[in-house]
Write a protein that binds this ligand. Structure first.
Ligand code: HDE
Length: 741
């Protein structure tokens, strides 16, 4: 067998999770002899097992596994039979006295907790953040000092869908990072889009009610393409900038490892001497910013709803560790908190990188998968109020409401006020608070004086001044003013940055935006909603409005507002920028007629280019000497970044009902390609993916031109170099004008 040493991203976990443990292979029959717990798989890392008071609780990784040799009840009594309830005779009634039955069913009945009210669908991983030291001049935060390594947990999410919804809808993505720093936890709870729908947190229930499934029939799931969403955003025009980002490729990330993250709000940083600056946080993926096409995203939602979760898991398992650079845009902390005419307190505005470059301050590497999804990804909680000395908040009315909301929602979702004690949420430093009791209290607090001042506990614990690491709130100056329900005049411009974003896009990205609006508004059933949103588009850009109006069959309205023309920001475009191809997925399609040495060479060449090969064959098992990863029946083009044909692919016997081999007409099929592979190639071609083949016939017999842009015909492994080159730009965008629909 010629391949694979490392498990592949895509992570179908062939062989199952235990397969990494060389000492254990799961047998076909049910095991009969008790044995000690299996060790965790190498790609997983469980959270720190400290108690709420700081003591190490579970140094032994098996202590948490609860998978010893004999089955017990929840309080440790060994159980002789878990398959049959206790009954009065084998045909008689079940007895109430069966404790194990009642305990087992009762626990099961309560296994679910409420899903997050937003961001319910998500996945996460552990990692390490290493600071470059470049932020030392602006903040005293210990985790940003040169060379300091801080463990992190990162949870990605979609916003709108339920916990069981698909990974690839058009939506904003959550990008929430918990840093377990030496000064306590710091949570950077961001999104993959740098602006937000609303300027004041009091509107959050409104935007979420409008965007979630409509309340009468609970339709549609995980989608903004419906009347209530567009009704709201067309009336509440400060949402237009964020909405435009959603309609762009940013609403359709390809992978969680190919998206940017943003803190959205402006934060204040404070140095050792107390001097302050304002910053905006950015996460830049080393793998580049890449997206799916809308048709691809739709196919993935059906074919593999867990596509991004699987991709992240597989990338970490396969050693293609996802990385992001954390960076800051830095601004003077002026009295007006404006920069270049942009109000830094307005979360519907970004600051173009051309005006304020993003300066890297550290590197995040995701290096371990969770051990248990529920315990880590579901139970993790984030809070923008989890700050460390050197980082503080500003008077952004959106951020201020968030500072209240997160604890509040978590008290319901995680069942009481002690969720900080859950292993994934515990800081990696000692906790020494005077909080006591409450639901699910795990700490056994000693002492009699959980209050201050006290003398019975020797006065402990004492307030910590700044020199002792205390978080001292920045003494911000608040101008004397009347109480008021209002926003500043500088927040009134809802369109100029939306226009800037649209005009910063390349033609292909603009085309995607037009298609997205045409699709979403085409799904709206109430005419006035479509018309009102067209009106908003007229204020953003007349060409955009005209193109969408054409698709809807409506007249294009004229602009109603005078909108400032702002210089475009090329940094906002994601097309045409080369990135490394590490971890990109290449299908190598072969069948029994393919040359064995060629297939092996292709696999090796893909691995050498640090991409991930998937051998796609007509059946499971092996083709020649090569192990098959996916079959013609299980593989679909959308799972791969590029397709390489190891030869002309003949129809396999299970191909289609029209397959005539049953009637002995094998000869008639000799020049055709298996229809599933023809479909795969057709889709990959339409989706502007790199396609390679060892012969022109392999391409033409599938009905595609062999001389088209981004189609490579070469000898053996030489194909892979060219495919890798094409993948640096993600897609063959030059082909787009000929295949765009
Ligand atoms: Fe959130 N948000 N949010 N949000 N948010 C929640 O907290 C809220 C906002 C973000 O993976 C909730 O524990 C309000 C902006 C992420 O666990 C809730 C407002 C940004 C996540 C909540 C906002 C975010 C959440 C739901 C307007 C980007 C997922 C469950 C004032 C900067 C975190 C929970 C995870 C989750 C409230 C706006 C990011 C209800 C009131 C802006 C990534 O508390």
């Amino acid at each position: 067998m010629s391949h694979h040493v490392a498990p592949s991203p895509g992570g179908d976990r062939q062989g199952g999770p235990m397969s990494h443990d060389a000492s254990y292979t799961p047998p076909l029959e049910e095991p009969t002899d008790p044995r000690g717990p299996l060790p965790p798989t190498p790609d997983t890392r469980a959270p720190e097992m400290r108690t709420a008071t700081g003591a190490e609780a579970g140094k032994d990784p098996n202590a948490r596994a609860q998978q010893g040799d004999y089955l017990t009840t929840a309080v440790g009594r060994r159980v002789p039979d878990t398959d049959h309830s206790l009954r009065a005779g084998d045909r008689g009634p079940t007895l109430l006295q069966d404790h194990h039955l009642r305990e087992k069913i009762t626990h099961f009945d309560h296994e679910r907790i409420p899903e997050r009210v937003v961001h319910a669908r998500g996945t996460g991983a552990h990692g390490t953040f290493t600071a470059y030291g470049s932020a030392e001049s602006i903040t005293r935060a210990a985790f940003l000092k040169k060379g300091v390594e801080t463990p992190v947990f990162l949870r990605f999410s979609t916003v709108l869908g339920s916990r069981g919804s698909a990974d690839t809808p058009r939506d904003t993505r959550g990008f929430a990072v918990k840093f377990y720093t030496s000064e306590g936890n710091f949570d950077l709870v961001g999104n993959n889009i740098p602006v937000f729908f609303i300027q004041d947190g009091i509107k959050f229930p409104d935007v979420v009610h409008a965007a979630k499934p409509e309340p009468d029939r609970e339709i549609p799931q995980a989608a903004s393409a419906h009347d209530t969403f567009w009704d709201f955003v067309s009336l509440h025009t400060e949402a237009q900038h964020h909405t435009l980002w959603n309609m762009s490729d940013r609403g359709l990330p390809l992978s969680l490892r190919t998206m940017e993250g943003f803190g959205v709000h402006t934060f204040r940083v404070i140095d050792e001497a107390g001097a302050t600056k304002l910053v905006k946080w950015h996460w830049k993926p080393k793998a580049g910013v890449h997206s799916t096409l809308w048709e691809e995203a739709q196919l993935i939602m059906g074919g593999d709803p867990d596509f991004q979760r699987r991709d992240l898991y597989g990338a970490i398992e396969g050693g293609h560790l996802p990385q992001w650079e954390l960076g800051v845009q830095v601004f003077d902390d002026t009295e007006d908190q404006m920069f270049s005419g942009i109000d830094l307190l307005d979360p519907t505005k970004l600051v173009p990188e051309e005006l304020a470059p993003v300066q890297p301050v550290g590197l995040l590497t995701l290096d371990a998968n969770p051990t248990n999804f529920f315990a880590e990804v579901e139970q993790v909680m984030f809070n923008p109020g989890h700050l460390v000395p050197g980082i503080d908040v500003v008077n952004d009315a959106l951020l201020q409401a968030r500072l209240f909301s997160y604890v509040d929602t978590q008290i319901t979702r995680l069942g009481g006020p002690n969720f900080q004690q859950l292993p994934i949420n515990r800081p990696h430093v000692d906790v020494n608070d005077n909080q006591r009791d409450g639901f699910h209290q795990h700490a056994v607090h000693a002492g009699v004086a959980p209050y201050r001042p006290n003398s019975l506990g020797a006065g402990n614990p004492f307030p910590a001044p700044a020199e002792q690491g205390g978080f001292v709130d920045h003494p911000a100056v608040v101008a004397a003013s009347q109480t008021v329900r209002a926003v500043p005049a500088s927040f009134a411009d809802h369109y100029s940055q939306a226009r800037m974003f649209y005009r910063s896009m390349t033609p292909v990205e603009k085309d995607h935006i037009v298609s997205a609006y045409t699709f979403e508004l085409g799904k709206c059933t109430v005419p006035v909603v479509r018309e009102r949103q067209l009106q908003c588009l007229a204020n953003i850009d007349a060409d955009l409005c005209a193109a969408v109006a054409l698709g809807l069959g409506l007249p294009a309205p004229k602009a109603t507002e005078k909108v400032a023309d702002v210089e475009p920001s090329p940094a906002l475009s994601q097309v045409g920028k080369p990135f490394p191809v590490d971890g990109r997925k290449v299908a190598i399609v072969c069948d029994e007629r393919s040359d064995d040495a060629t297939v092996t060479a292709l696999v090796k060449a893909v691995e050498k280019a640090s991409m991930v090969p998937f051998v796609v064959g007509p059946h499971g098992g092996q083709v020649g000497s090569v192990e098959v990863d996916k079959t013609f029946a299980t593989a679909r083009s959308v799972e791969f970044d590029a397709i390489v044909l190891a030869g002309q692919i003949a129809p396999a016997p299970d191909a289609v009902p029209s397959y005539d081999a049953r009637n002995g007409d094998q000869a008639a099929l000799g020049t055709q390609t298996d229809p599933r592979i023809a479909l795969m190639l057709g889709e990959a071609f339409r989706h502007c993916k790199a396609i390679g083949a060892v012969s022109a016939e392999a391409i033409t017999s599938a009905g595609l031109p062999a001389d088209a842009k981004g189609v490579v015909v070469a000898d053996g492994a030489a194909i892979i170099d060219q495919v890798a080159e094409l993948l640096t730009l993600h897609r063959v965008w030059d082909r787009y004008p000929t295949v765009a629909r």
